[in-house]
Design a protein around this ligand. Sequence first.
Ligand SMILES: Nc1ncnc2c1ncn2[C@@H]1O[C@H](COP(=O)(O)OP(=O)(O)O)[C@@H](O)[C@H]1O
Ligand SMILES: [Mg+2]
Length: 266
Amino acid sequence: MMKQKTATTIAIANQKGGVGKTTTALSLAAGLAERNYSVLLIDADPQGSLTLSCGITEPDEIEFSLANVMTEIVKDNDFEITKGIVPTDEDFDLMPGNVLLSGIEVELVNTMQRERILDYYVEMQRSRYDYIIIDCTPSLGMLTINALAAADGVLIPTQANYLSVKGLELLMGTISKIKRRINRKLEIEGILLTMVDSRTKLARSVSEIVRSSYGEHIRIYTTEIPVSIKAAETAMQGKSIYRHSKSSKIAKAYQAFTDEFIESEV
Ligand SMILES: Nc1ncnc2c1ncn2[C@@H]1O[C@H](COP(=O)(O)OP(=O)(O)O)[C@@H](O)[C@H]1O
Ligand SMILES: [Mg+2]
């Protein structure tokens, strides 16, 4: 019999929007796939921006997406394990997300074990992948709680500015609450500084503040993702930064981050 894979599940979370969660989720998935790991990327954001970035132009038209998965689980209905999963030409699989997810938060209110619906799905998929990566929505609502309940680790992208770093305290509080009450195995994988403009003194000092205030207990990745216009361009093209501009600074930074991420795993 073949050895069963048991995927490491990573939630990419920050309640602040526009900090690079989706860009990081896609780049990490594509980077891991390039290194021959099998990856399932899950879009748990009603905005569907990850789904769009993967080249699906009308996320809201998809017949069976994450919201449908969650509804079937809530209703205790069986469904085919691969149902709705989209293979991408960058060799990872996508479970798309769309606007229907915004209804899920409401639907879950009266559901038993409502924090564990996504966890149930992740458990179904664990034996099929090396990594499952969940792109979270910018809030600390039920969808993000579901992602954190399902994850082994949480990866936190943050912009290198004072307010963004200040906002991390709230997220850390939520993570430790979930660790205590719902998911004991949850660990913080690390903080990734994104959109860093290393030419400015401000970015440099914020990066130093993050390292000195959190670095003792939490891994701050050595790799920092530079600010780059290429990131915005690639999102519109429906492919990863590696396909869009392989030799750009940001592509190289995400490659270095992928290697650092893998090294930190072992
Ligand atoms: N390193 C970067 N430099 C410049 N723009 C970026 C960078 N990373 C992401 N972006 C852009 O910033 C916006 C927000 O990024 P995104 O990854 O969608 O963040 P989030 O998922 O946290 O909301 C997007 O338009 C994206 O293309
Ligand atoms: Mg996003």
